[in-house]
Design a protein around this ligand. Sequence first.
Ligand SMILES: [Zn+2]
Length: 430
Amino acid sequence: MRRLIACLFTLCLTVAATAAEPQVSVVHAGKLVDVVNGKVLKDQMIVITGDRITEVKPWGKVPEGAEVTDWSDMTVLPGLMDMHTHLADAGQSASVLAPLELTAAESVLQGVEHARVTLMAGFTTVRDVGVWRAFNDVALRDAINKGIIIGPRMAVVGAYVTVPGGAGDITGQAFDVEIPRDLRFGVVRSPEEVRERVRTLIQHGATFIKTLATGAVLTSGTHVGAQELSEDELRAAVEEAANYNVYVTSHAHGAAGIKAAVRAGVRSIEHGSLIDDEAIEMMAKHGTWLVADIYNGDYIDEVGRADGWGDEILAKNEATTERQREGFRKAHAAGVNIAYGTDSGVYPHGDNGKQFVYMVRYGMSEMEAIRSATLSGAELLGWEADVGSIDSGKFADMVAVKGDPLKDISVLEHVDAVMKGGRIVKPAVK
Ligand SMILES: [Zn+2]
């Protein structure tokens, strides 16, 4: 017995000796964008202990031994958040069969670079809304969280929940070509299959569920206005996911699909291109979030056209681009919850900041646009306790810019410095 007590005592000493005190550091912010109160604070000290913010106060005495990050000539904002990315795939190209040209390993290795450039662009959190090879996104997220590679904090879906031949399926091949299972993992044919697939996705690491309620601009043979998953199937997804405290989002362009998804209880609508007044009213009433990728239509029209993305895709893009932007303007005016989401992967990763100017052009103030890419993203994710603003208790995720984003929002297209979890991943060049 005495020996046991002695051993326990030694163990305690060992534990005490190895558990180093968390490092304290401070950021000197010339200006700090307070997205919670919609204000800009001057000359602030952000105290960081380990990977979290522990105090935000006017600049003064630096805690003893604390390392200082001098951003006194810059504007500091919370780490940016993109609620619609596709990091773990090769990215859009002229070939609709591109997902078949890469192995799972090749596509996830490209994802490693996509994650890095996204973080360097100041996006410290993303909601990754789908991947062709099932669970590549889970692998990427886990590698980032283990510190094997660098990238943003990721919410992931595992696979697209879609009807056969629908917006989340591989399309464009001959009817008798067999596609590997992991490329069609989320294909479902009934509410029962939806429930089974939703369970499997969550059990294997999905943070949330992505359903495809209508056709897509970029999936060959699908019609943007046409509903795909039925309201019963969407409801089955919402109910099954809720058993695990997980929410569902719906890709939906056409108004009928948007309304079915809202009635079924999804948390957010992706794209919303052909939204009508009734759908806007329903979303405002239900508190459904809109994540509208209003930048990339111009990219597809310019680069996609030059690269020969195909008449079908270009025509669908033309039919939705301006409609979507006007719908965004109306939805914002009607008080619909809006979070920043760009569909990165359609355009090059790292250009995520290019959508800010569009959001201001279509009705948001600069502060509202910044909030959509910070605090609102955190609320949509349910991650407000950890990210979304520079406040005590949250992860020390922030960006710094030399210009004033509240006068010229385009400065967020090229952030000067990035910190994630208290660690500088992109230092400012003085
Ligand atoms: Zn997308």
